[in-house]
Design a protein around this ligand. Structure first.
Ligand SMILES: Cc1cc2nc3c(=O)[nH]c(=O)nc-3n(C[C@H](O)[C@H](O)[C@H](O)COP(=O)(O)OP(=O)(O)OC[C@H]3O[C@@H](n4cnc5c(N)ncnc54)[C@H](O)[C@@H]3O)c2cc1C
Length: 223
């Protein structure tokens, strides 16, 4: 979905999504938000459970301006998040920025923070679609290739939706920013770039020999 057609065009700042530190690293481009979410595989879900902050990693999927999370119906964090204010973050590390001074070391990154009320999805069609979106977000094409959930498995699964209405994006790129008086030091400075790469698929030893690595798994490795 393009930014222009989105129900929440642009990223408008609210008091809690307004960057105070390094505002120049912020982006109000909804396309940047989508790109960060779509390139990530896991998010961190922050909730207040029994008065205590709890942040847990979890898978997710995005459809348009909705973020879907899922887990066991007995999942404590998801249960605590239901109909509550939550904060979800997605982070990509792109490199370590080595400055001449320890103080000016930094990280190149793309990150998104989403605030909102998580709602438990009850409609069976939407739950099914949300689970498909989450599955295909991890490995495109996997939903159609694998056995579909049974009614019992669906009943054991909780799905939450979070609107992408209140979010911030922050991106750091480039070289270290050293103090002018440090530029002459005999200290190496620069960026240690970082990428996440897929490796060769490892077939389950219990897999029947005649089943080859399917195209969607090969494609996932090429991502
Ligand atoms: C991988 C990584 C490592 C980092 N390491 C450090 C570190 O060691 N020390 C450090 O001080 N900072 C670090 N940062 C930056 C950190 O995320 C904060 O942006 C920064 O600390 C400012 O915090 P603040 O509470 O003053 O932000 P404020 O600018 O006051 O935050 C206000 C609002 O801006 C938005 N916002 C703030 N930061 C981000 C973000 N990163 N992404 C998206 N939205 C954001 C949120 O909506 C937040 O509620 C790191 C960031 C990343 C991605």
């Amino acid at each position: 979905m393009s930014s222009e057609n989105a129900p929440f065009p642009g990223l408008s700042s609210t008091p809690r999504t307004t960057l105070r530190r390094h505002k120049e690293r912020g982006s109000a481009d909804r396309g940047d938000l989508y790109a960060i979410l779509d390139a990530g595989l896991i998010c961190h879900l922050g909730v207040v459970a029994d008065g205590v902050p709890l942040v847990l990693p979890t898978a997710y999927g995005r459809e348009g301006d909705t973020l879907y999370l899922h887990g066991s119906s007995a999942n404590g964090a998801l249960g605590a998040a239901r109909d509550q204010q939550v904060c979800v973050t997605v982070t990509h590390m792109d490199g370590i920025v080595c400055a001449r001074s320890v103080f000016n070391h930094s990280v190149n990154y793309r990150s998104a923070v989403v605030f909102g009320t998580a709602t438990r999805v009850m409609d069976e069609d939407e739950r099914w679609q949300a689970l498909r979106v989450i599955t295909d977000h991890l490995v495109p094409g996997r939903w159609a290739a694998a056995r579909q959930p049974t009614r019992k498995e669906m009943a054991a699964t909780m799905v939450l939706s979070l609107p992408l209405a209140e979010a911030s994006v922050k991106i750091r790129t480039g070289m270290p920013v050293d103090e002018p008086e440090d530029l002459g030091l005999d200290v190496w400075a620069g960026v240690l770039p970082m990428t996440v790469a897929w490796a060769e698929p490892q077939p389950d030893p219990l897999l029947r020999e005649e089943i080859p690595v399917p195209a969607h798994i090969r494609d996932a490795v090429q991502r």
